[in-house]
Design a protein around this ligand. Structure first.
Ligand SMILES: [Zn+2]
Length: 293
């Protein structure tokens, strides 16, 4: 997790997302967006106060977003999404599934109480190697959830999914190693938390360069039901369950922008995702460090 962006980069990023959201009806036609009923999957990373840090949404903003989803009755579970793309009953048009990646401790401390209070179903995807038996007393906010905390997450009705073993891009390691890591992550989740854990998967980094045919085979071989990317877009009937798009919710954006994202304002960002992942991958190699997405 890097430090916050400079003021100018932050302004450019926020301005671009807002502009895409405003131009979305027009851009969606250009991008050939799906017609008919769709649902969307939102991806968050952290809920905490952080200055100009796109991966962190402030607790008050997150609460306002969940309050709005509760009022509009638009939040659905991973079970509902999986059943629908498998031919089951359609959720209300415009429904969303809330997901979180990485499993930092602020999920348990800040996001979980809000999800509980607002009765929002959600999925937390954890990097399994980062989950600890107990937290060191001097652990800072960069530490991850513990197994006991994950049991509380499940007890609260939030799914725990796999974000792989140690947050490497699965398309950038040998296929047999990817298969071993994916299987190990799922087995460990089930051993520690029971069969309800690890049903679904979220690709680390999740750009177009982070999953491929071999990766998909590894996910299927481990028995995962759905796998989520970080490529923007809507989920329509007949969607590929191992390549489900998600729209990123970022810090520093008001409820108006959130509502536009839920309504598909960032679907057209998929065009950027398709072109930009090479650049992102290069930057990632240069700044290799902890999980960033
Ligand atoms: Zn991640």
């Amino acid at each position: 997790m890097g430090p916050g962006l400079t003021a100018s980069r932050w302004a450019i990023k926020k301005g671009t997302r807002a502009a895409v959201a405003l131009a979305s009806p027009w851009l969606s036609r250009l991008a050939g967006a799906a017609r008919g009923p769709v649902v969307r999957v939102l991806v968050y990373h952290r809920v905490r106060e952080a200055r100009r840090e796109p991966f962190s949404v402030a607790p008050a903003d997150f609460d306002a977003q969940m309050e709005w989803l509760e009022r509009e009755r638009l939040a659905i579970s991973a079970d509902q999404v999986a059943a629908w793309i498998d031919g089951g009953p359609a959720p209300r048009p415009g429904s969303v599934l809330v997901t979180f990646d990485d499993g930092y401790r602020d999920f348990h401390a800040k996001a979980l109480p809000i999800l509980r209070r607002r009765r929002i179903p959600a999925v937390l995807f954890v990097s399994v190697a980062e989950v600890r038996d107990r937290r060191a007393t001097d652990a800072g906010e960069e530490s991850h959830v513990t197994w006991d905390e994950l049991r509380e997450v499940l007890d609260a009705g939030v799914d725990v999914g796999s974000h792989g073993w140690d947050h490497v891009s699965l398309a950038r390691i040998p296929a047999d190693e990817a298969r071993r890591q994916v299987a190990r992550a799922r087995e460990t989740l089930r051993e520690r938390l029971g069969d309800a854990a690890g049903r679904d998967f979220a690709y680390p980094y999740g750009t177009g360069g982070d999953f491929d045919d071999a990766t998909r085979e590894a996910i299927a071989a481990a028995g995962h039901r759905c796998a989520f990317t970080a490529v923007h877009g809507a989920v329509a009937p007949g969607a590929d369950p191992l390549e489900l798009p998600r729209d990123k919710v970022e810090g520093g954006e008001g409820l108006g922008m959130f509502r536009r994202i839920v309504e598909g304002g960032l679907d057209a960002w998929a065009v950027v995702d398709r072109g930009l992942w090479r650049l992102q991958a290069e930057r990632r190699v240069r700044t290799a460090g902890g999980p960033v997405a």
